[in-house]
Design a protein around this ligand. Structure first.
Ligand SMILES: [Fe+2]
Ligand SMILES: [Fe+2]
Length: 197
């Protein structure tokens, strides 16, 4: 049985305390700023150069997450947001595992909009099934720590019932929702040109 330390409990409270969030932080400009943050980008390069150069990870550029944001861009956004949130909230995280888990959290490697796409085994239930598929692919292609596995497996919580077991997974779970919200806002405000073709 996994026992939470007081520090874990405090971290979860910080991550889940939506009253603590300033509405101004939900501005799509945050994504542009994160994309330009050289310190965070360097951190990702240091911790995940093997992932960044891998052929399969780069194939995420071929899949659309939403609008014209690719899964590749989304995963980078989530990694950048996870670093920002972890540091901003003062949640002590193992940043290497935080970054690697965030990059691989949507490593499901199929076009989830296309029900006939190879690998899309549960097109109507993509939300439920893709964390497990991403974990299977990531375990095949990389050597993962238990924290990294938990990040990938639990990132859709509360949709997938079992909650994260480590702080890093809580932070990525939030960073994923935060990034998706910012990406959607950016699309709505016309700051990303949507390609409907
Ligand atoms: Fe996901
Ligand atoms: Fe995601």
């Amino acid at each position: 049985m996994h026992r939470l330390t007081n520090e874990d409990r405090a971290a979860i409270k910080k991550v889940l305390d939506i009253n603590g969030y300033d509405p101004d932080t939900f501005d799509p400009e945050v994504l542009n700023e994160l994309e330009k943050n050289e310190e965070y980008k360097e951190l990702i390069r240091i911790h995940a150069s093997d992932i960044l150069v891998s052929e399969h990870f780069n194939s995420l550029k071929n899949y659309i997450q939403h609008g014209n944001v690719t899964v590749y861009e989304h995963c980078l956004h989530v990694a950048l947001c996870a670093i920002k949130l972890g540091r901003g909230l003062g949640v002590k995280c193992k940043e290497r595992e935080l970054v690697r888990g965030a990059l691989l959290h949507d490593y499901f490697l199929y076009d989830w909009h296309n029900a006939d796409a190879p690998g899309n085994t549960h097109p109507k239930l993509h939300g439920f099934y893709h964390p497990g598929i991403a974990l299977r692919n990531a375990t095949r292609d990389f050597t993962l720590t238990e924290r990294e596995k938990d990040i990938i497996r639990k990132h859709m919580w509360p949709l997938t019932v079992n909650p994260p077991r480590c702080r890093e997974a809580w932070v990525v779970c939030l960073a994923d929702k935060y990034s998706s919200t910012l990406e959607t806002l950016k699309l709505r405000k016309g700051k990303i040109r949507v390609n409907y073709a």
